[in-house]
Write a protein that binds this ligand. Structure first.
Ligand code: RIB
Ligand code: CA
Length: 317
């Protein structure tokens, strides 16, 4: 299988950090060309610092990082009010000891790095957004011609049957519904890893201990990320394990066989006072709407956990 050239657009965040590390652990499958940053789990300054720290930790200061949107396209930001500190902590990546950034972002904006990387690539690029879709929407608004050079978008966001920031909306979509609407209407093929599948993609306490026992610095680091991140999942969301949401967007590209999905037409609710940010997923061909996304509904959880532990341990080899 030829390597897939990808750009990750993220808001680290514990699960973004794990998704980044997973992408780096599969060099025979993924070629991480660039990382662009968006405000989401934390302010842009914090999500940028966290991405630089993770890449420094992984010894990958060669990967270009660029700062993008510090707020949604149209709505007030919710992360300025410290909305997600209960999930990711004040830094956005609380928990394990981490190095300070060993390098600086490149002297261009995320939009410019996205354009540059896509234009310079001989192959079509796969975008892997794991935060609000503000940067990706901006790319499609400013350079719609580049859609032809994008293979597909494998994103974490949305959900058919539930939300996690409101009862109806998942956080990434809720933060910037207008951006999500632009992306889902773009015509670029989308694989949507929403809460339907990410709530199944959890790591149990026992599996996290198995990871920690691997003993390598990345394995231990990731286990400590999960130690912190899982508190919210156990105590607030009452889930059976720590859902590493964003890792699904990367794992799908490397191991699609462990996932199941349904082709749907996905629209984003923009108007509802109670439902803004809902991804309305329609598997039928009603009203002649095209299928713009493959919505993931299932994953072999045990296999996902095995592959996750293997990936994190591989980084220590
Ligand atoms: O709803 C989960 C998503 O919101 C993940 O991307 C997590 O990092 C947060 O951004
Ligand atoms: Ca994220």
């Amino acid at each position: 299988m030829p390597k897939i050239p990808i750009i990750m657009d993220c808001d680290p965040g514990h699960d973004d950090a794990i998704a980044l590390l997973w992408a780096l652990s599969e060099p025979e499958k993924l070629d991480l060309k660039a990382v662009t940053i968006v405000a989401g789990n934390q302010t842009l300054a914090n999500t940028t610092r966290n991405a630089l720290r993770v890449l420094t930790f992984a010894g990958r200061t060669d990967i270009p990082v660029a700062m993008g949107a510090d707020r949604p396209l149209m709505r007030p930001s919710i992360f300025e009010q410290g909305a997600t500190e209960m999930v990711h902590g004040q830094s956005g990546l609380d928990g394990p000891a981490m190095p300070e950034p060993g390098f600086e972002p490149v002297p261009m904006r995320a939009l410019d790095l996205l354009i540059k990387t896509i234009e310079e690539s001989e192959e079509k690029i796969t975008l892997v957004p794991t935060g609000p879709l503000t940067n990706v929407a901006a790319l499609f608004l400013v350079r719609p011609d580049l859609k032809a050079k994008i293979e597909r978008i494998s994103l974490m966001g949305g959900g058919s049957y539930t939300g996690n920031w409101t009862p109806a909306a998942e956080y990434n979509i809720y933060v910037d519904p207008e951006a999500a609407s632009i992306v889902f209407q773009s015509g670029v093929p989308i694989v949507m890893a929403g809460l339907d599948v990410t709530h199944q993609a959890y790591i149990t306490r026992e599996e996290n201990e198995e990871l920690r026992q691997k003993g390598g610095r990345c394995a231990v680091f990731t286990a400590e990320l999960i130690d912190f991140f899982s508190r919210y999942h156990y105590e607030v969301e009452k889930l059976p394990g720590c859902t590493i949401h964003d890792a699904c967007a990367v794992a799908y590209l490397c191991h699609p066989e462990i996932f199941t999905g349904v082709d749907c037409h996905v629209d984003i609710e923009l108007e509802g006072s109670l439902t803004a940010g809902t991804t309305v997923c329609d598997p039928g061909n009603y009203e002649g709407k095209n299928h713009n996304a493959t919505v993931l509904y299932g994953v072999d959880r045990e296999r996902f956990a095995e592959l996750f532990i293997e990936a994190m341990s591989r980084l220590d080899q």
